[in-house]
Design a protein around this ligand. Structure first.
Ligand code: GLN
Length: 451
């Protein structure tokens, strides 16, 4: 009840929820109370959550914040959300996001921008919450839910978490099932939680993660009780500091924050080592080939026949064209065009295949670090704090937001962003910890030292 009231008051200003589901929330909360009264109940009994609009929710509009999925009501539930409900969680509604999860500022949503609950000191200027999981991050930061689901293809959990002072973890590729989650770039997409604390994110990830026969890329490994990692000593853990993440033009506050993070981990008994990830500088351009390529293929299904919107046309081709022209926003169209181009005959080898080779080299950089005994890597999450809507108009500059996060997706590794301090103007900044495959526990363990 309190959360629904808070949403009613604050959401008109923040636009974090695109759909609130009060009846469903009350019904689920009642069922939860009944289970608790009987002494039954799961680990998330009664916990109110917001769900990114990318997750299919049975009987509740799921549109990936695109016009092309207009009023689409799935008849199935995504595995991730089904896992949460099975543990007793309660759905408050669907959260705003960049259209099809393409963006870093939540400005590409068909349902409008999300306002970051944080403001610069002494200023009333609205700021972006980051993207694509901007609604998830803003809703958590403004306490319009206790936690939220999110997805991360190239930073979309970690960058908005950093911009809003929340904790966001992208687990290892294959840890959460992608079944029932609207696909953007299938070889990169991973679900994960955004929450207030490292402990909350550990509890939520445990529920979201599972092996799922419906997603052949989900990995058959038991899900650990991540919460056990909280409070475990970090003494003797080897933390790598990659020199390539010191980029030109980065504000001093980010560098200072990074130094402070190093000191905190050192004081807690971790060992700090410098390391090199030489292919880092190619990660961003390679990502912006691989992700659009996969997106152009995944988005081919939105043809006006199977889902959502249908525009009229003089024949079927004309109908497809009119539907896509009206249904997709500019950023989505840009990605489909880039993706189609890099996959086309004659260009495939030069772009897509090259990018895949770069991806292997990026993964190898990390493999070398792990082989040298490094347990985790510490970097800033973003090169700067939250910016104002409309401030970044050039797509390439916008893509620079992802410079520290995309390597992790390209290598399929787990990464967590933990709030670590404030910028000169009083905005939240995050530090990122990158871990070995399926060693999310190490990230929770270290993340708690930083938060
Ligand atoms: N900002 C990146 C993009 O636009 C990442 C998006 C994401 O992780 N979903 O592709």
């Amino acid at each position: 009840g309190a959360f629904l009231d808070a949403i009613e008051t604050a959401n008109p200003h923040l636009n974090a929820y695109v759909k609130v589901t009060p009846e469903k929330a009350r019904e689920m909360a009642k069922a939860s109370d009944e289970r608790l009264a009987k002494g039954e109940g799961g680990e998330l009994e009664g916990i109110p959550l917001g769900i990114k609009d990318l997750f299919a929710t049975e009987g509740v509009h799921t549109q990936a914040c695109s016009h092309i999925l207009d009023r689409f009501e799935p008849r199935y539930e995504s595995t991730v959300t089904a896992n949460l409900w099975a543990d007793g969680a309660v759905m408050l509604g669907k959260l705003n996001m960049d259209e099809f999860a393409m963006g870093s500022s939540n400005e590409t949503s068909y349902y409008g921008q999300v306002v970051n609950p944080w403001k610069k000191e002494g200023s009333n200027q609205a700021l972006v919450p980051g993207g694509s999981s901007g609604g998830s991050a803003a809703a958590v930061a403004a306490r319009l839910c206790m936690g939220a689901t999110a997805t991360d293809t190239g930073g979309s959990i970690r960058q908005p978490a950093a911009f809003t002072g929340t904790v966001g973890i992208k687990p290892t590729y294959g840890r959460c099932s992608r079944w029932g989650t609207v696909a953007f770039a299938s070889s990169l997409d991973q679900a994960g939680p955004i929450a207030h604390t490292v402990r909350d994110s550990a509890i939520l990830l445990k529920s979201m993660a599972s092996v799922d026969p419906k997603d052949t890329t989900s990995v058959d490994r038991p899900v650990p009780n991540y919460e056990d990692a909280i409070g475990r000593s970090v003494k003797g853990l080897k933390i790598g500091i990659p020199s390539e993440y010191r980029v030109e033009g980065m504000p001093a506050a980010i560098d200072e924050l990074w130094q402070r993070g190093i000191e905190w981990l050192k004081d807690a008994g971790a060992e700090i080592v410098e390391l090199s990830l030489p292919h880092t500088k190619y990660a961003l351009p390679a990502y912006y080939i691989v992700a659009p390529a996969e997106a152009s293929s995944n988005l081919a299904r939105y043809d006006g026949v199977r889902y959502g919107l249908r525009e009229s046309g003089k024949d079927i081709i004309d109908m497809y064209e009119n539907t896509r022209a009206a249904g997709f926003g500019d950023e989505v169209k840009r990605r489909v065009l880039i993706g189609t181009y890099v996959l086309s005959a004659g260009y495939y080898d030069a772009y897509y295949l090259k990018a895949q080779k770069v991806r292997t080299l990026i993964k190898r950089d990390f493999d070398i670090a792990w082989a040298d005994g490094v347990d985790a890597i510490l970097t800033p999450t973003t090169p700067d704090a939250a910016f104002a809507p409309g401030e970044i108009t050039d797509p390439v500059t916008m893509y620079l937001n992802d410079v520290f996060t995309v390597t992790v997706n390209m290598a399929g590794l787990p990464g967590i962003s933990v709030p670590a301090g404030l910028s000169e103007s009083g905005l939240p900044l995050g530090l990122q910890l990158i871990g070995k495959p399926f060693e999310e526990e190490t990230l929770f363990q270290l993340g708690q030292v930083i938060e």
